[in-house]
Ligand binder design. Structure first.
Ligand SMILES: CSCCC(=O)C(=O)COP(=O)(O)O
Ligand SMILES: [Zn+2]
Length: 237
């Protein structure tokens, strides 16, 4: 028997609205992304699953100013059921759907952060790699509950950019199938898609990935390979 979702009374605002509903969460999370410069110039965005439905932000709007009444409601196949403000659905919709259908994600975001773009450029091939960093522990191995270890090498597949966002769908799917342990796909010269089992995990993993992207760029500038095992480090042991 399906258990009814419990709504915490703390989540209900004075107008009787559930503030943990994606109609409220997505504007809040998009504003957080904007503040981090991950969703400036209308780019980037976020999608959250709630029960049997998938909620997505609109396209081409100021992502830090989205209102609860502007969020799209879709079914599990990504078909739009409600478009309350008659806006255009995000161009990222088919890419967000990859995370739901291939990884059973509960939330997915698309970031245009400069650190993600630079991380996609310091490695010329198909993979971003970094190892021996404490923040690796904040990222799970694929859909499992197993975190990366400090000594593991985190690999993020890189796909080449295309003219239109939706045309990235096939490349992202291919990258996800080739790299089942990754919870992110970098898009060269564009940004990154990151997902998690719920919005909290998508958010924390996104923070860890972005931290590691920034660090890798700096390490490269210092002539240190981000995936190189430590050598000649002689601190107290
Ligand atoms: C300057 S945004 C270019 C288009 C893009 O990359 C993007 O992520 C747009 O997403 P939207 O949700 O606005 O369709
Ligand atoms: Zn984009």
């Amino acid at each position: 028997m399906k258990r009814a979702k419990v709504v915490e009374t703390d989540d209900i605002n004075k107008n009787g609205e559930d503030e943990k509903h994606p109609n409220f969460l997505i504007p809040k999370l998009c504003s957080w992304m904007y503040d981090l410069k991950w969703a400036t110039g209308t780019g980037g965005g976020m999608s959250v699953k709630h029960g049997d439905f998938i909620y997505m932000a609109p396209s081409g709007v100021q992502k830090e100013m989205i209102k609860p009444g502007e969020i799209f409601k879709c079914n599990a196949s990504g078909e739009v059921l409600e478009n309350p403000a008659s806006l255009k659905l995000t161009e990222c919709a088919p890419l967000f759907m990859n995370a739901y259908s291939i990884r059973n994600a509960g939330a997915v975001l698309h970031s245009h952060s400069k650190d993600a773009v630079l991380a996609s450029l310091i490695f010329k091939g198909k993979e971003f790699r970094i190892s021996h960093q404490e923040m690796l522990k904040g990222i799970k191995k694929g859909s499992s509950n197993e975190p990366h270890k400090y000594i593991d090498t985190l690999i993020v597949p890189i796909v080449e950019n295309v003219l239109y966002e939706k045309d990235l769908t096939r490349r992202m799917k291919k990258a996800m199938e080739l790299y089942p342990e990754s919870n992110a796909v970098l898009v060269r010269r564009h940004g990154v898609y990151i997902w998690g089992k719920n919005w909290q995990q998508a958010k924390t993993q996104a923070e860890c990935y972005h931290y590691l992207f920034k660090l890798a760029v700096k390490l490269k500038q210092l002539g240190i390979e981000p995936d190189q095992a430590p050598a000649g480090e002689n601190g107290i042991a």
